[in-house]
Write a new protein. Structure first.
Length: 276
């Protein structure tokens, strides 16, 4: 398979598995000390940034320098922004009800269950989803039109995610909006602009790894898995289940696209435009 240093990539895969595990294990120890498992959400982006930085260092001399730098910078920027945002959002809050509910159902020892199902599980996901970042860094192919398309897709995704997060944070910060459904800005076009943006980011990073059919096929699992997690896994599905009882949410969901940004639908005849 020409164009990719597969032997060196294999070593990188092993080292990055350890890197992801180290970040999540350190988070596990901190969470136990503080009694706060929601810290794992902050570690999610940090683990990707650590894998990208490790890959950039290890791939020196094996892959195209421009591609290596671009994929590392894009991943680190995304990961750090996400972690900082979640840390700021979580400040002053107690445990996330999701983790309380999960651990309440733990068979046997709660601590071991958390380690296995939450922390080591997320470490495995970080490693698997980061495959395009690792593979792209070991390709000798210089940046081409497809790589720049990937960069454009990544940038579009980052805008959706960052702007959506900012709009929601600003909306929640206004006491007048307490108990109301956010249906402004990007949130009028999709109920999950941040999740949609996250999906675009990983499809963009995937395109940066598509330097030949072999790596393109080998790492396709990454954007597919991320998109599935965001839509039918732990992202959109669980959040909407939590929001379903909120006043006005049914009407909001009826007029607003569930994932892909689309113009808001007009309410059916006889249906109030808003039930907030």
């Amino acid at each position: 398979m020409s164009g990719t240093a597969w032997g060196a990539l294999g070593v990188n895969l092993a080292v990055c598995a350890g890197t992801a595990a180290a970040v999540l294990l350190a988070t596990f120890a901190t969470a136990l000390h503080r009694g706060l498992h929601r810290l794992v959400d902050i570690a999610w982006g940090l683990a990707f940034a650590a894998v990208a930085a490790t890959t950039w260092l290890l791939s020196d001399g094996h892959g195209d320098d421009g591609r290596r730098l671009l994929v590392a910078a894009a991943t680190i920027l995304w990961g750090l922004r996400l972690s900082v945002h979640i840390a700021q959002r979580s400040r002053g809050h107690g445990e996330d009800p999701r983790y309380t509910a999960l651990l309440d159902k733990a068979p046997g020892n709660r601590t071991l269950y958390a380690l296995r199902s939450v922390y080591l599980g997320q470490a495995a996901l970080v490693w698997l989803i980061s495959l395009p970042v690792q593979a792209a860094s070991y390709s000798s192919a210089s940046l081409d039109a497809l790589a720049y398309c990937g960069l454009a897709l990544w940038a579009t995704g980052l805008v959706f995610e960052a702007v959506g997060d900012h709009q929601l944070a600003r909306f929640k910060a206004d006491p007048a909006h307490r108990g109301r459904i956010m249906d402004q800005g990007l949130w009028a076009w999709t109920r999950h602009p941040n999740y949609f943006g996250d999906s675009l980011i990983w499809w963009g990073l995937y395109l940066l790894a598509c330097t030949a059919w072999q790596p393109a096929l080998a790492v396709l699992v990454s954007p597919v898995l991320m998109t599935l997690l965001l839509t039918i896994g732990s992202g959109k599905r669980l959040l909407e289940k939590h929001m379903a009882h909120r006043p006005g949410y049914t009407a909001y969901a009826a007029r607003t696209s569930g994932f892909l940004p689309l113009p808001p639908r007009k309410p059916a005849r006889g249906t109030p435009a808003s039930t907030k």
